[in-house]
Design a protein around this ligand. Structure first.
Ligand code: KG4
Ligand code: ZN
Length: 401
C-alpha cells in the first residue's frame, strides 16, 4: 500500500510514506513522520488517512493507462466542469457563461460572479459527469483552478472540488489558470509536444511563455499595464459596442479599414518581450474625444479595425521574436483573445513566413473552460503533484515551474 502527504506551510517538501514496503523505505517514511505535525501523525496512527487527507491515493492508480480527471473552473464568470481522459481526450466539457448577467454592468461584478457560481456549480458538475457517461468510481482525481482570478469565484470551485475529493476519497489537483490556457493547445493538436512558445492573451493576462516541458514554464514577457483583452473591452465600451468587447470589435473590424487611423504600436523597447496597451487605449479615447469636439463623424468600424491591427501587430511581432530567440518548431496561442480572427490570421501568416508550425485551440477552448484544467491536471497527476485540504485561492498566482 502507498500513499502520500503534501505538506504546505512550514513543510515545503512532499513526504512519501510507504507501508508494507521494504525496511529502508519504511525507515524513510518514519523519518518523514517524525517531522509531521502531531495532528497528522495521530490521523496516521488511527489509520484514518484515507478519510482524513484528501491527497491520498494508490500508487497503482498512477500506473493506469486510462486516467480520467474531473476538472472544475470558476476563476471568473464561467462556471465550468469537464471530464478529461489522459489529458487530451475530452469526454465532456460543460461551460455555463454568466456573460448575459454581467453585460448589464459593462464588466464582471465579482460578488455576482461568486453567487452565480454557487447557484450553478452542482448542476454543471453533474452534467459534466453525465455527458461523459462516467461513474464516480471511474474518476481518478478531481482538479480545480486555484488562481489567478477573482478570489470569491475561485473559492467556490476550490471548496466544491475539495468536498468531492474528500467525499469520494480521490486525489485533488490544483491548476494554475494560465497553465490551463496553455495546455488547451494539447487537446486538439495531438502531436504537440513541448518545447514551444505560447502567447496567452486573455481578459486578465498577456503572457509570452516558453513551454520547456510539461509543467515547466519560463515567462518571457508580460503586459506592464492592461491585458490585451482588457484593452479590447475598454475600447469597445468607449465605442458603445457593449461587453465583452473582444468579439464585438472583431466583428465591427471586418467592415472597417485597418489603415484608416494610425494608432501607436507600443513596442516598449526592442529587446523586451513585454507588452503595454494602456497608451494605445488612451490614443483611441483621445481620438474619439477630439472627433467629438470637432464634430467629425466617427466611423466605428474603422476605429475598431485600426485599434485591433495595432494590438495584433505588437502581439504577433513579439511572439515571433520569442520563437526566434528560442529557435523552436511550434508557436501556440491561447486565452480568450486567441479567438480573435485577425490575430489568428496574422500569426498564421508570420509563422508560415518563418517556418514555424502554428497551433491554436478552437474558440470553445480559448474561452475559460474546464477541459484545459483537466488537461494540465493530467500531467501533474503523472508526476504525483497533488494538493491537500489546505488548498486556498491565490488571486494573483504567478505562472511558475
Ligand atoms: O480567457 P478569457 O475567457 O477570460 C480570462 O481569463 O480573462 O478571456 C476573456 C477576454 C475578454 O477580454 C474578451 O473581450 C476577449 O477575451 N475576447 C476577444 C475575443 N473573444 C474574446 N478579444 C478579441 N477578439 C475576440 N474575438
Ligand atoms: Zn482565462
Amino acid at each position: 500500500m502507498f500513499f502520500w502527504l503534501v505538506n504546505k506551510g512550514s513543510f515545503t517538501e512532499k513526504w512519501r510514506i510507504f507501508f508494507d514496503a521494504p525496511e529502508d523505505r519504511v525507515g524513510h517514511g518514519r523519518n518523514g513522520l517524525d517531522n509531521l505535525q502531531s495532528e497528522k501523525y495521530l490521523w496516521l496512527l488511527n489509520n484514518e488517512i484515507y478519510s482524513s487527507i484528501i491527497s491520498s491515493g494508490k500508487l497503482e492508480e498512477n500506473m493506469k493507462d486510462k486516467v480520467k480527471i474531473l476538472a472544475i473552473e470558476s476563476s471568473c464568470d464561467e462556471t465550468a466542469a469537464a471530464v478529461v481522459e489522459n489529458g487530451r481526450n475530452v469526454l465532456s466539457n460543460v461551460i455555463l457563461s454568466q456573460i448575459e448577467i454581467h453585460k448589464e454592468f459593462g464588466g464582471v461584478v465579482p460578488e455576482v460572479a461568486s453567487r452565480k457560481h454557487i447557484e450553478n456549480i452542482n448542476d454543471v458538475v453533474e452534467k459534466a459527469l453525465k455527458d461523459a457517461n462516467v461513474k464516480l468510481e471511474e474518476i481518478d482525481a478531481v482538479a480545480v483552478t486555484y488562481g489567478p482570478g477573482l478570489v470569491g469565484a475561485l473559492l467556490v470551485g476550490i471548496n466544491f472540488a475539495k468536498g468531492l475529493a474528500y467525499g469520494w476519497k480521490k486525489p485533488l489537483i490544483a491548476v494554475n489558470h494560465i497553465e490551463g490556457h496553455i495546455n488547451s493547445n494539447y487537446i486538439e493538436n495531438k502531436n504537440l509536444q513541448p518545447p514551444f512558445v505560447c502567447l496567452v492573451a486573455s481578459g486578465g493576462h498577456t503572457h509570452l511563455v516558453y513551454v520547456e516541458d510539461y509543467g515547466k514554464y519560463e515567462v518571457l514577457g508580460v503586459t506592464r499595464d492592461d491585458a490585451a483583452g482588457e484593452a479590447f473591452d475598454k475600447v469597445a465600451r468607449a465605442l458603445g459596442l457593449g461587453y465583452p468587447g473582444g468579439p464585438l470589435i472583431d466583428k465591427a473590424a471586418k467592415a472597417g479599414n485597418k489603415k484608416a487611423i494610425k494608432f501607436p504600436r507600443a513596442i516598449i523597447d526592442d529587446e523586451s518581450l513585454d507588452f503595454s496597451f494602456s497608451g494605445l487605449k488612451s490614443a483611441v479615447l483621445n481620438y474619439l474625444h477630439n472627433s467629438q469636439q470637432k464634430n467629425e463623424k466617427v466611423i466605428i468600424e474603422d476605429v475598431a479595425a485600426s485599434f485591433q491591427e495595432a494590438v495584433v501587430e505588437v502581439l504577433v511581432m513579439k511572439t515571433i521574436k520569442a520563437a526566434k530567440q528560442k529557435n523552436l518548431k511550434y508557436v501556440a496561442l491561447a486565452g480568450g483573445v486567441a479567438s480573435n480572427s485577425r490575430l489568428r490570421e496574422k500569426l498564421q501568416e508570420e509563422c508560415h513566413k518563418y517556418n514555424y508550425e502554428f497551433v491554436k485551440p478552437s474558440s470553445i477552448l480559448c474561452t475559460d473552460n474546464a477541459a484545459m484544467i483537466g488537461c494540465a491536471a493530467y500531467y501533474k497527476y503523472m508526476k504525483n503533484l497533488f494538493a491537500d485540504g489546505s488548498l486556498n485561492a491565490i488571486p494573483n498566482l504567478e505562472l511558475a515551474n
